[in-house]
Design a protein around this ligand. Structure first.
Ligand code: SAH
Length: 250
């Protein structure tokens, strides 16, 4: 197994592969105005195993294309779609978020929770702009500083991990500079990290190590996540995922 496959394996059979909750998805959705005369056409980019995809399907009349690079997650989502009888509403698409097989102005809504960092926020919002209909909505969550002043330890950590991290005002300006107008903003509360993401992950550690025969690479994945969790608990007042909901200028 490659290092990457060990990481994917840790996230198997989990509801979410990143911070976020049903309440957050619904809060973000409350800022979106759907078209009046037809079902909303939605892309869910970096959908993972589809926690938020199912919420979107149940709380809109939308037709959803759920995109992820990794078939392991899409297979899990396909099973849930079948179990819920949502085959007519959700189609999974295996593709990279940089080269998606979609038409210009295909979507009323582009959704992406905890995933745009894979190509970077600014590049993502630029590339996806053409896929949205004028007046369509973009809803993305993205790691964001909550405060202007931060302890050096956490500032250094994130500036190395993801140098695009910034305050919300900078991300909002980037949206405005790239043909969007902000419709709503909030950041995820600690429960969305701990209860929906970290606690279920910690509960999987033992079984994960067991099924991987305590391989060194598996132990490293667990150690790294433990460090990330400790860091979050120490510094959670300073960063979170911001949820940005914006409308494409007409
Ligand atoms: N939206 C889900 C998953 C977030 S984790 C949730 O919030 O639970 C980030 C997801 O992005 C993973 O499922 C990962 O497989 C996917 N991903 C990573 N790089 C990608 C890429 N280049 N194109 C598409 N998806 C990608």
């Amino acid at each position: 197994m490659t290092e990457f496959e060990y990481i994917i394996d840790l996230h198997r059979n989990s509801e979410r592969q990143g911070p976020g909750s049903e309440a957050d998805t619904l809060k973000a959705l409350s800022f979106v105005t759907p078209p009046k005369d037809r079902p909303m056409v939605i892309a869910d980019i970096g959908c993972g195993s589809g926690g938020q995809t199912l919420t979107l399907a149940k709380h809109t009349d939308g037709i959803i294309k759920a995109v992820d690079l990794f078939p392991e997650f899409l297979e899990e989502l396909d099973e849930k779609v079948k179990a819920e009888g949502l085959e007519n509403r959700i189609k999974t698409v295996q593709a990279s978020m940089t080269t998606m097989p979609f038409a210009k102005e295909e979507f009323d809504l582009i959704w992406s929770e905890g995933a745009i960092y894979n190509i970077g926020f600014e590049k993502g919002i630029r590339q996806w702009h053409k896929l949205l209909k004028p007046g369509g909505f973009l809803a993305v969550s993205e790691i964001t500083w909550i405060t202007e002043n931060r302890p050096k330890a956490i500032d250094d950590f994130w500036n190395t991990e993801y140098p695009e991290i910034s305050r919300a005002s900078k991300k909002i300006k980037q949206l405005e500079d790239n043909g969007y107008t902000l419709a709503g903003y909030f950041y995820l509360p600690p429960e969305s990290w701990n209860d929906s993401y970290y606690a279920p992950m910690e509960a999987r550690f033992d079984d994960y190590l067991e099924r991987n025969d305590h391989a060194e690479a598996a132990r490293e994945v667990v150690d790294e996540n433990r460090r990330e969790i400790a860091l979050y608990n120490e510094f959670k007042d300073f960063y979170s995922y911001g949820f940005y909901i914006a409308r494409k200028d007409g």
